[in-house]
Write a protein that binds this ligand. Structure first.
Ligand SMILES: C[S@@+](CC[C@H](N)C(=O)[O-])C[C@H]1O[C@@H](n2cnc3c(N)ncnc32)[C@H](O)[C@@H]1O
Length: 346
């Protein structure tokens, strides 16, 4: 294919000129030739353009903007409005919901996504969130290297974290909430003038704890557990050896250890409030302590929820209580952060 060789600094102006003359071959990329660029020409372009060299170079196909453009044309046209347009990427795992009508094309969809996203290793069909551990059922539809594990590593606020979206709950969307937890811990650290004991009984793979551990002087001890054994094996990989890690029902943790935590995190959004009574015994006595939890609450029942939390925690113990709806979960429900500062008598 003929390409016009131009000084690299003049690429934009030459592209505009060729386009205006209808000599620019659209849909093809520009060759990088040291300090010059090769701009693709249409067959209508003349043999000579301002005395510049015209080179015969292989055409560069510019990258499609979306993976669906890589589907064979006849398949793409036949199912025009049915292709899944959104996907999630967690580490090198791409996850997407595939509508039933195009399910027979799952493998080709996976292949096109691998071609489109160089950092993807495996593409999985999302079969929905299942069970008490809120884990997505994933089915591998294409793999770059033949591996089918969904275990991968992600970076959150500079820290590396082992996750496995196919066996333990993890959501990158909660990264801002975790920054809020960091700010809350910094405040208590300043007031108590010492590193803190943090307890995360619904820790998953531990994303809430890493930002706290990254801050010097903030953490004295971590007690982290989860009921899902697959989550706790990743939790062990993600936390330092000094952390206590267990596979426990959070409601029973206080039977083993009690009265030790400066902060207890309660992240079980469908049941957090019901589990609160079993969180109180974990808290240390005689100084300010914090319960920070998340719950999915109906917007019109915020006041009732606050009353319920106040009753569980005991008004006499409460220094402050805030329920802050942060994101909508459904048209009627909000993902709400509950933060209670308490002083329990010894
Ligand atoms: C919404 S996830 C939160 C995970 C983690 N804190 C995060 O932010 O990614 C809730 C976690 O609670 C765990 N879980 C559910 N019921 C539990 C229980 N009774 N005791 C302890 N963990 C439980 C699930 O396995 C899941 O990992």
């Amino acid at each position: 294919m003929r390409h016009l060789s131009v000084p690299s600094k003049e690429t934009a102006s030459w592209k505009a000129r060729l386009e205006s003359e209808e000599w620019l071959a659209k849909g093809h990329g520009i060759h990088h030739l040291d300090d010059r660029r090769g701009i693709p020409l249409t067959t209508a372009a003349p043999e000579e353009i301002d005395g510049l060299p015209i080179l015969d170079l292989p055409p560069l196909t510019s990258n499609p903007k979306h993976w669906t453009e890589r589907l064979p044309q006849e398949i793409r046209e036949a199912n025009k409005s049915d292709w899944p347009m959104a996907h999630d990427q967690i580490g090198d795992v791409v996850i997407l919901k595939i509508p039933e009508v195009v399910e027979t094309h799952s493998n080709i969809i996976g292949q096109c996504i691998l071609d489109q996203i160089p950092s993807a290793r495996i593409v999985c069909a999302d079969k929905g969130v299942k069970g008490e551990f809120r884990v997505r059922s994933l089915e591998s539809i294409a793999s770059r290297d033949g591996t089918t594990t969904t275990q991968t590593r992600v970076k959150e606020h500079g820290a590396l974290l082992w996750v496995d979206p196919g066996s333990a709950y993890y959501s990158p969307r909660l990264a801002t909430e975790r920054q809020g937890t960091l700010a809350c811990a910094r405040g208590l650290n300043t007031r108590l003038k010492r590193p803190l004991v943090i307890c995360d009984p619904y820790a998953g793979v531990g994303p809430a704890l890493l930002p706290l551990l990254a801050e010097e002087g903030l953490v004295d001890r971590i007690v982290a557990s989860d009921l899902n054994p697959k989550a706790t094996s990743l939790l062990r990989k993600n936390l330092p050896d000094s952390a206590w890690v267990g596979c426990r029902d959070a409601r029973k943790l206080h039977e083993e250890m009690a009265g030790f935590a400066d902060i207890v995190l309660v992240n079980l959004p469908h049941n957090s409030i019901d589990h609160l009574p079993d969180m109180i015994p974990l808290l240390a006595k005689g100084h300010e302590v914090i319960i920070r939890g998340w719950a999915i609450l109906p917007l019109e029942q915020m006041d009732a929820a606050e009353k319920k939390v106040r009753a569980i925690l005991g008004s006499n113990n409460l220094l402050s209580l805030e329920l802050v709806p942060s994101r909508s979960y459904s048209p009627r429900d909000a993902y709400t952060c509950i933060e209670a500062h308490l002083l329990l008598s010894e």
